[in-house]
Design a protein around this ligand. Structure first.
Ligand SMILES: [Zn+2]
Length: 240
């Protein structure tokens, strides 16, 4: 199976999906990571003084190191610009064509398509772009492609919606939590702190979030998802 993981910023797939990615890699699936932006404006205060080119190089290298910890050597960078990420027609078509090129069986989005209350709005916007990306149409002579499922991550803390956090599927990551944490420490830094400080305060938070998800389904650590279009249910009337 071919799995495409898409996030708004290069570090996003690691706290949201690293355990799931490791499980897919371990069962022999092909996994490709893709970011919609370089994430130059997000949590990069600890790189102040570096040129834009230097910053982009660092962000890319750190992300590729983190991906390698998961056993993934294909991390693709789109360059839509972050904070704000904007779903222009050009960006939507480019995203669609990227999916047509890769032709994944499933797509995992690192985010949920709801209104976002902090971190700008890039995460919710990325998920909403994926909801309506025109990859199923012919563009530039490329055959359309419709993945069998799109999974939205439901463990993100930055969404604000009455029914937010109603995931229907949990991936058990108990056996790979240490590998997930190791990957996150290469690139994920929500506090924009030193790497020494990150090593101290990052792992407990990652464990706490994983435990919170795992508690719901009775495993030690989990990552949670929802796939609104996974099933075609045939019914005679709509119930509650
Ligand atoms: Zn992000």
């Amino acid at each position: 199976m071919k799995v495409l993981v898409i996030g708004a910023h290069p570090s996003d797939p690691f706290p949201a999906n690293a355990g799931t990615v490791i499980n897919h890699v371990n069962r022999g699936d092909e996994v490709i990571l893709m970011t919609l932006t370089y994430g130059e404006e997000v949590h990069t205060e600890h790189y102040l003084g570096k040129s834009r080119d230097e910053l982009r190089k660092i962000l890319r290298e750190n992300s590729e190191k983190a991906a390698a910890v998961l056993g993934v050597n294909d991390y693709r960078f789109l360059d839509f610009g972050d904070t704000p990420l904007i779903a222009t027609r050009e960006n939507m078509l480019e995203l669609g064509e990227s999916i047509q090129d890769i032709r994944p069986d499933i797509i995992i989005c690192s985010h949920y398509p709801f209104r976002e209350t902090h971190y700008g709005h890039d995460h919710g916007e990325a998920a909403r772009m994926l909801e309506r990306v025109p990859s199923h149409r012919v563009h530039s002579g490329k055959e359309g492609h419709r993945p069998k499922a799109i999974w939205f991550s439901a463990n993100e803390q930055s969404m604000n919606h009455p029914i937010y956090r109603s995931p229907d599927t949990y991936v058990d990551i108990s056996d790979v939590i240490d590998q997930k944490i190791e990957a996150c420490l290469h690139t994920w830094n929500p506090w924009a702190c030193s790497s020494e400080k990150l090593k101290e305060i990052g792992p407990p938070l990652l464990r706490a979030v994983g435990m919170e998800q795992g508690r719901v389904v009775g495993v030690e650590y989990a990552e949670s998802y929802e796939s609104p279009w996974l099933k075609n249910n045939i019914v005679t009337h709509l119930g509650t």
